[in-house]
Every structure is written in structure tokens, then in C-alpha cells.
Design a protein around this ligand. Structure first.
Ligand code: PHE
Ligand code: ZN
Length: 882
């Protein structure tokens, strides 16, 4: 097939420093709905050469209206301007000023990259390569400049005008209905961190005194009328600012910090220096409109973007291959913040569930790539679970290997050594090596080798010698472009649990100490022997999920039940229950497919009963314990020849059994956790609601009387968490109460798109054959719009990602629908279309009928001649790789 759009891949090994630096950028932006004028004045200097290299600036769909060099109009022969580049072949030998005028149509910008309008508000999104859609520029992160931005607009249309940095001046433009504002950001930054906003926005203001006593103005801008939904975001912001001072010694640096919430946003949020722009979903919350999960996400994302100020903005990335340098590290930082604010074990379990659901799946399929990729065709496709979540795990392993104080020393050195620079992953790791004296050469494989390491452990007890021996083997499976792998450095936290349920002390036979309970694996096969073990212990492996690996060990069902009841490591108590459930579910899926009879697991039921009745446990933790592996979890565990219908049947059977067998305890817990007081989003209250609603859901699985309970909870709920939980439970059963509640929900919340997103998602997730038609019908509902990424993700994304049986219909209709949607969306918003198309990434693991159907749908997308580079990259890698 001929594909002219197939761009040449960009390679890490081809990196060269820029020929020209930009010292300052002066932007003068005159906002207009369809004809915005941008004047960029760049002070440029050659980067060392005596004979100056040509100036080559990137553009994307630009219209040049004027070009001046050092104050005079450039002769048309002196440059070449296309929509995608601007080249001056013979620039002057030294520093020069380039004045570039471009003309933009923000209303026509449906990609939501560059300058666009979201419900009338002008805003920008420049990461990764959006600045080139505003003006011609060396649009690469190692070009760091000081920006001054002047914005001008109609006062009535855009009374609020914002940009990065501190405000300089503002005022009316005499004799017109227009006004202006000027902002200056003294910190040199790459173009992807540039932002401006203009619109009619309301503002909530607060302040923060930093550790050195500086007074910072904090502002959150939202649509007028939504000010009363900003309190939680503001509270989260102040808490994370304090935390970064205490945990990392990092203080805020400008006089003002602003957050703007917009309706139309491709991602979650963006860390533009001093002016974070957010998807409104991650700002707005009140008890009536947002769930506990929403409150937790807002807290985490506010923190994530704020933490980028040091890990991303002050120290940025040299090139986009280093994306994990800011993202993995910043995810690690926001995870630690949440762990300190809430429950550390609950946070760890939740994060590992997400890692397995997204990153392990990515690593096992055709889109697998290293945490630091070596090449890309479209950088937007590398904002992945591997870069973010596995990237965070790699930082976490570093902390495990070095210990808390060694890790902190390395971080301090990183901030000291690279502040103000565009750095690399190698430079980051070097700081830890220098601070600790530990050689991290082999550790770097975590950045270069894709695939989830598989570790097999055999434990054997010698009662005569009173020793316990671990034989450990590791292997990394092949991934696209990487058939053969080397052994990794794996910090494996272990424990030996004695018959009394207490940890035994660990001592190696060669006298070396076992530092912090961590074994360091670094060979394909190795063994460790512990001495002074008086009884046969139960082995607890990969405690706290100390490494992002798959572990198999010779543990019996009794061992797992023992771990679930006694392990001092809460993560492994949870993991033991999951392991018991996985074994049962895998067996039963095979039985169902083979026409056999599924069975129950008494050990699992007994373990769950004990946990449910243990008053010492946090409710949020018990709720996680009661949550059985998802259909996607089971599919991932099975790994090949996947039949989603059999998986749903096995899982439903298990939930029905739990609901029936633990009925009285579940009912009692549900009753005990009813609360009448005012709603509070704190972690303990949220945990009680989570457990209550987990009980309700299991009870409903077991019988009809709980349907009435769910219907009652739906109608009487005083907060969104309880209301949506009851509705979700109801939605899985074809009872009359269901449609009544679904219709009621729409009537109540029709005016609020973020709430209606929940309504779209829950209908898309119903595991029954009528769902595809329901989803199709909803695409024509006035509440739906293909132009808004949140709506698309809520309906289509939920269908493709969380409805295993209906997306993977054996007749291929689910795949055909997704392909159709991807093709319809691609010309408008390639980034969102591309992300949707990743739902096909596990197609090769399906049973043959579905596999063939999925391949047909993928080839149908691939056959479109005008496919975006974004979708083309995902679809062609999905078809080639693996
Ligand atoms: N850098 C953003 C974050 O992780 C994510 C993002 C990427 C947003 C690209 C927009 C575009 O916080
Ligand atoms: Zn980020």
C-alpha cells in the first residue's frame, strides 16, 4: 500500500543540539474569533557555529502575513515559508531579531492543539507540538526562552486575559472597545509550556505563604456560576504546595499561580508555567455533582500539574524521548502525595490495579515500547501508561534500592545540578549514582527494555539445617523490535511469615544483611539462602509491589489464605485474595468453554468472610478486597484465546456466590455504614461509602431483594457517590427499576454535561446485547457531541474499554462501530481518535473468531487514504507488531 503521509520516524540516536537558540520571545496576540493576529518577535543567537546554519522554524498549518529581520521586511527570495516551515537559508552571523506575523482561526481549530476556543473561551494547548500552530518556532523542548506576552481583545468578549508568569500591566485601548494585558515569565521555558487564555471567566481567589515567607496569589478561573465548585481544587492546591516544600524542599517561584478550567480538552490537564489549564472534569466538584473518585482524581491531578513546576518546568526534557523524565517522576510524586494524604496501602493497591489494567496490557501487545522509546512517528501517541505509570514505578524502584535518604539526596542533587536546564534520563539517574555511590548502569535497562519481566520463585525449607532457600529466575518476554532481552535489576521485597503470623528476621547465610527486606535480582537465575529459620515459613513475595513484574511462586491455596489473613504487608494480603480468585476464575472460564461445570473455592470465601468481619481493617481496604478481578484482569491473566463471554459468566458466578454465601455479613455491613451526616470527601468517609457500595453490588448479584435496596438508595441518595453507585448496580439488571432510574437521572442532571458523562458511561458499560444499539442511539442524543473529548470518552471510550463482552461481540459489530467512530472523528480531532483506536491493542489475544473480526475492523481503518499520522501510527503498529 502506498502511504505518502507515513512520516519518517524520529530517532533518539539522531539528536543534535539546536543550531539556533532563542533568548527572548515577545508575543503580541490580538484575539478575534476567526482572525487572530499573532506577532512573535524572537531574539535568536547561533549556537556556536562560525558560519551560521540556516534558520529552520517549524509550523503547522500556519499563514504568514509578514516577516522582518532586524527591523526590515525580508525579501521574498530570502526565505521559504510553507504552512509547515519557515526557512531562512542565509541568516546573519550573530544575534538577530525575527519578527513573524501569522493569522489564525481559533474557531476552526477542532484538534484542540494550538490556539482554540472552548465554549467561547480562547485557550491554548502547546504540548507536545502545538506552539508551531501559533507561530513559526524551533518547537523543541531544548530551546528555552524568556517570554513576554501581550494579549488584546474585545472587552465584552474576553474581559479576562491571562498568560504565563507575573502580570506586568493592563488597560483599555483608547478610542476602541478593546483592552490589553501584558504578562512576563522570567523563567526560561520551552515553547510547549506557553499558554494564554482570554474569556469571560469567574475567579476564585486564595493565597499561600511559602516556606520562605513569600505571599502567592492563587486563582482558579471557571465558567461564571461554577465558582461554588472550586473549593476542593483550591484546598488540594494549598495542600500539595505545602507537601512539596516538606517532602522535597520545593517552593513555588512566581507571584501568582493560576488554574483555568475549560470544557474541551484532549487530556486531563496541562502544566503551563504559572497558568495550568485543566479539563473542567478535574477541577469542578461538589457533593451533589462529583463522586468520591472524582474528588480523589481532582486532588491527584491538581497536585500532578503543580509538581510539574519543578519536575517538568524548572527542569524540562531535552527531547521528547525523555518524556518519562518529567511524567514518570511527576506521577511518582503525585502518588506519594496521595499516599501521605490518604491511605498508603489503599493508594498502592489502586495504583497497581491501574498499572496492570493499562500498562501490563500495553506491554503484552503490539504497542509495547520502552519507558524511554528509541523512535516515534507521532509523539502524541507516547503519552502512555508505559511512560507515565511504568515510568513512576522505575522511580519508585530507585527509592527502594537507595532507601529514603539516599533517594532524597539524589533528588536534591538533581534539582541543584539541572535547575533551568533541559535534561535527560541519563543525567537524572547519574544524580542518584553520584549521591549514593551505587552503580546504576544495569538499572538503565528499565528505560530501554520493553516488556513486563517474569520472575519465577521456588522456595524450599530445610528443617534439619533450619534454612530457607529461594531459587529465582527472571526473563523478559520479546516485544516489537526487541526479540532478546538482558537480565534486569529487580528490587524484590520479601518476607518469611512464621506460624504465629509474624515476620521472621531475615539473615543471609553469607552474613550479609538483608537491607530493608529487599533482595536485589540481577542475573537470569540466582538463589538466596536464609539461615536461622526455626519453622517452615510462608513466603511473602514482591511486598508492596516493589517491582513492576509478574511473579509466579510455589504457594498453595493454604499459603495464600494465610497471607490474606496475616501478612504484615497489606498489599500482599490483597494480592493473595486476588491470586486465589484468579486461579478459580481461570479454571472456571476453561470449564465453561469446555462444557464442564464451574466450581467454588471455599478458601476464597473463608478469606473474604474473615476480612469482612475484621473491625481493625480500613473500610476502603476491605472494599478493595471484595472487588474481584475485572473481566479485563481475567482476560489478561489468561493471555491467549480469550473468550469474553466465558469470562463474564465465570466472574458473575463468583460474585453471585460471594453475595449469597456472605449475604448476612454484607447486609449487616451495608446497614452499619449508612450515614446521615453531611457529606465529606475525606478518605475515611469515602472508604466507608466504597465498602457500603461494594456490599450493595455483591448483594444485588445474589438476588432480587437487593434491587429494591439499590433503587431506594438511588432515590434517597444525598450525594453523587451513593446515587451513581446505586444506579450502576441497577444498570446491570434488566429490571423495571433500571430504566426508570436512568430516565430520572437524565431529568435531574440534563443541564450539567459532566454529570451526564456518567450517565453516558454507565449505559455504555451494560453487559448485554442491546447495549450497542443503545450506544448508537446515544450518539444522536442532544447531550452527546463528537466535538467534545469528554463526551466521546464517556460514551465511546467507556464502551470500548469497559464493556468487554459487547465491544468484543462475536459478530464484530462492536469493532465495526468503533472503526466507524474513529474514522468519523479522525479529520476533526486525530489525538482523540487515535486514543480510541488503541482499544484494539489486545486483538491478537482473542479467540479466533473475534480475532478475525477485530483484524477486519483494523484493516478497514487502515484503508482510509487520508488517515491522520496519529491514527495511522497506532493502527499500523497494531497490525504489524507482536
Ligand atoms: N503534560 C500533561 C500532564 O501530564 C499531559 C498532556 C500532554 C496534556 C499533552 C496535554 C497534551 O500533566
Ligand atoms: Zn504530567
Amino acid at each position: 500500500m502506498m502511504r505518502t503521509e507515513q512520516a519518517r520516524p524520529i530517532r533518539l540516536e539522531d539528536y543534535r543540539p539546536p543550531d539556533w537558540r532563542v533568548e527572548t520571545v515577545e508575543l503580541d496576540v490580538s484575539l478575534h474569533p476567526t482572525a487572530t493576529k499573532v506577532r512573535a518577535t524572537l531574539k535568536m543567537s547561533p549556537n556556536g557555529e562560525t558560519v551560521p546554519a540556516p534558520i529552520v522554524l517549524e509550523g503547522d498549518g500556519l499563514t504568514l502575513t509578514s516577516l522582518k529581520l532586524d527591523g526590515s521586511e525580508l525579501h521574498p527570495d530570502a526565505y521559504v515559508a510553507t504552512p509547515d516551515s519557515l526557512t531562512i537559508a542565509q541568516p546573519p552571523a550573530g544575534t538577530c531579531y525575527l519578527q513573524i506575523d501569522t493569522l489564525l482561526d481559533p474557531s476552526a481549530n477542532t484538534q484542540l492543539m494550538g490556539l482554540y476556543r472552548s465554549s467561547g473561551t480562547y485557550c491554548t494547548q502547546c504540548e507536545a507540538e502545538g506552539f508551531r500552530r501559533i507561530t513559526y518556532f524551533p518547537d523543541r523542548p531544548d530551546v528555552m526562552a524568556v517570554y513576554t506576552t501581550r494579549i488584546e481583545a474585545e472587552k465584552s468578549e474576553a474581559p479576562i486575559l491571562l498568560a504565563n508568569g507575573n502580570p506586568v500591566r493592563a488597560g483599555d485601548i483608547p478610542g476602541t472597545t478593546r483592552h490589553f494585558a501584558e504578562w512576563h515569565d522570567p523563567f526560561p521555558k520551552p515553547s510547549y509550556l506557553f499558554a494564554l487564555v482570554g474569556g469571560n471567566l469567574a475567579c476564585v481567589e486564595d493565597n499561600f505563604v511559602t516556606m520562605s515567607g513569600r505571599d502567592i496569589v492563587l486563582r482558579i478561573y471557571v465558567e461564571p456560576g461554577k465558582e461554588d465548585r472550586c473549593a476542593w481544587a483550591m484546598d488540594s492546591l494549598k495542600r500539595c504546595m505545602r507537601w512539596d516544600e516538606e517532602a522535597f524542599g520545593r517552593e513555588y517561584d512566581l507571584d501568582i499561580f493560576m488554574i483555568v478550567a475549560v470544557n474541551d480538552f484532549n487530556m486531563g490537564a496541562m502544566e503551563n508555567k504559572g497558568l495550568n489549564i485543566f479539563n473542567d472534569k478535574y477541577v469542578l466538584a461538589s457533593p451533589e455533582t462529583a463522586t468520591d473518585t472524582d474528588f480523589a482524581s481532582i486532588e491527584a491531578i491538581i497536585a500532578h500539574e503543580y509538581f510539574h513546576n519543578w519536575t517538568g518546568d524548572r527542569i524540562t526534557c531535552r527531547d521528547w524521548f525523555q518524556l518519562c523524565l518529567k511524567e514518570g517522576l511527576t506521577v511518582f510524586r503525585d502518588q506519594e502525595f496521595t499516599s501521605d494524604q490518604r491511605s498508603r496501602p489503599v493508594k498502592r493497591i489502586s495504583d497497581v490495579r491501574l498499572l496492570r489494567a493499562h500498562q501490563f496490557v500495553e506491554d503484552a501487545g503490539p504497542l509495547a515500547h520502552p519507558v524511554r522509546p528509541r523512535e516515534y512517528r507521532e509523539i502524541n501517541n507516547f503519552y502512555t501508561a508505559t511512560v507515565y505509570e511504568k515510568g513512576a514505578e522505575v522511580v519508585r524502584m530507585l527509592k527502594t534500592l537507595l532507601g529514603p535518604s539516599g533517594f532524597r539526596k539524589g533528588m536534591d542533587l538533581y534539582f541543584e545540578r539541572h535547575d533551568g536546564e533541559a535534561a535527560t534520563v541519563d543525567q537524572f539517574i547519574q544524580c542518584f549514582a553520584d549521591a549514593s555511590g551505587i552503580d546504576l548502569t544495569q538499572f538503565m535497562l528499565w528505560y530501554s527494555q520493553a516488556g513486563t519481566p517474569e520472575v519465577v520463585v521456588t522456595g524450599s525449607y530445610d528443617p534439619a539445617a533450619q534454612t530457607y532457600r529461594l531459587d529465582v529466575a527472571q526473563a523478559v518476554p520479546p516485544t516489537p523490535g526487541q526479540p532478546v532481552k538482558e537480565a534486569m535489576v529487580i528490587p524484590l521485597a520479601v518476607g518469611l511469615i512464621g506460624p504465629d503470623g509474624r515476620d521472621m528476621s531475615l539473615a543471609f547465610n553469607d552474613g550479609r544483611p538483608v537491607v530493608r527486606g529487599v533482595l536485589t535480582l540481577n542475573q537470569p537465575a540466582q538463589s538466596f539462602t536464609f539461615v536461622g529459620v526455626p519453622h517452615r515459613p510462608v513466603l511473602s513475595l514482591n511486598r508492596g509491589f516493589s517491582a513492576p513484574i509478574k511473579v509466579t511462586a510455589n504457594l498453595s491455596a493454604d499459603d495464600l489464605k494465610f497471607i490474606a489473613a496475616h501478612d504484615s504487608d497489606p498489599f500482599n494480603r490483597w494480592q493473595a485474595v486476588q491470586s486465589l480468585a484468579n486461579t478459580l476464575l481461570t479454571d472456571n472460564v476453561a470449564a465453561i468453554r469446555g462444557g464442564g461445570t464451574p466450581h467454588d473455592d471455599e478458601e476464597l470465601i473463608a478469606a473474604l468472610a474473615a476480612l469482612l468481619n475484621d473491625p481493625a481493617l480500613e473500610p476502603a481496604f476491605v472494599a478493595l478486597m471484595l472487588t474481584m478481578p475485572s473481566e479485563a484482569d481475567i482476560a489478561r491473566d489468561i493471555g491467549r484465546d480469550v473468550d469474553p463471554d466465558a469470562i463474564l459468566a465465570a466472574r458473575t458466578r463468583l460474585r453471585t456466590t460471594i453475595g449469597a454465601r456472605l449475604g448476612p455479613a454484607l447486609r449487616e455491613t451495608y446497614r452499619r455504614l449508612q450515614e446521615d451526616g453531611p457529606y465529606s470527601p475525606d478518605a475515611a468517609s469515602a472508604g466507608r461509602r466504597a465498602l457500603k457500595n461494594a456490599c450493595l453490588d455483591l448483594l444485588a448479584a445474589a438476588g432480587v431483594s437487593a434491587i429494591a435496596l439499590a433503587a431506594r438508595q438511588y432515590h434517597q441518595a444525598t450525594n453523587m457517590t451513593d446515587r451513581i453507585a446505586a444506579l450502576t448496580t441497577l444498570s446491570h439488571y434488566g429490571v423495571p427499576e433500571r430504566q426508570a432510574a436512568i430516565d430520572d437521572f437524565y431529568r435531574r442532571y440534563a443541564a450539567d454535561p459532566l454529570i451526564i458523562d456518567k450517565w453516558l458511561s454507565l449505559q455504555a458499560a451494560i453487559p448485554e446485547p442491546a447495549t450497542l444499539e443503545r450506544v448508537r442511539a446515544l450518539t444522536a442524543h442532544p447531550a452527546f457531541s463528537l466535538a467534545n473529548p469528554n463526551r466521546v470518552r464517556a460514551l465511546i471510550g467507556a464502551f470500548a474499554q469497559s464493556n468487554q463482552t459487547q465491544f468484543n461481540r462475536a459478530d464484530g459489530a462492536g469493532y465495526a462501530f468503533l472503526a466507524e467512530t474513529v474514522l468519523a472523528l479522525d479529520p476533526k480531532n486525530p489525538q482523540v481518535a487515535s486514543r480510541l483506536s488503541t482499544a484494539f491493542r489486545s486483538w491478537r489475544a482473542l479467540e479466533p473468531v473475534r480475532r478475525a473480526q477485530a483484524e477486519t475492523a483494523l484493516r478497514h481503518i487502515a484503508a482510509e487514504p487520508k488517515l491522520s499520522r496519529d491514527v495511522n501510527d497506532i493502527v499500523s503498529r497494531s497490525l504489524d507488531g507482536g
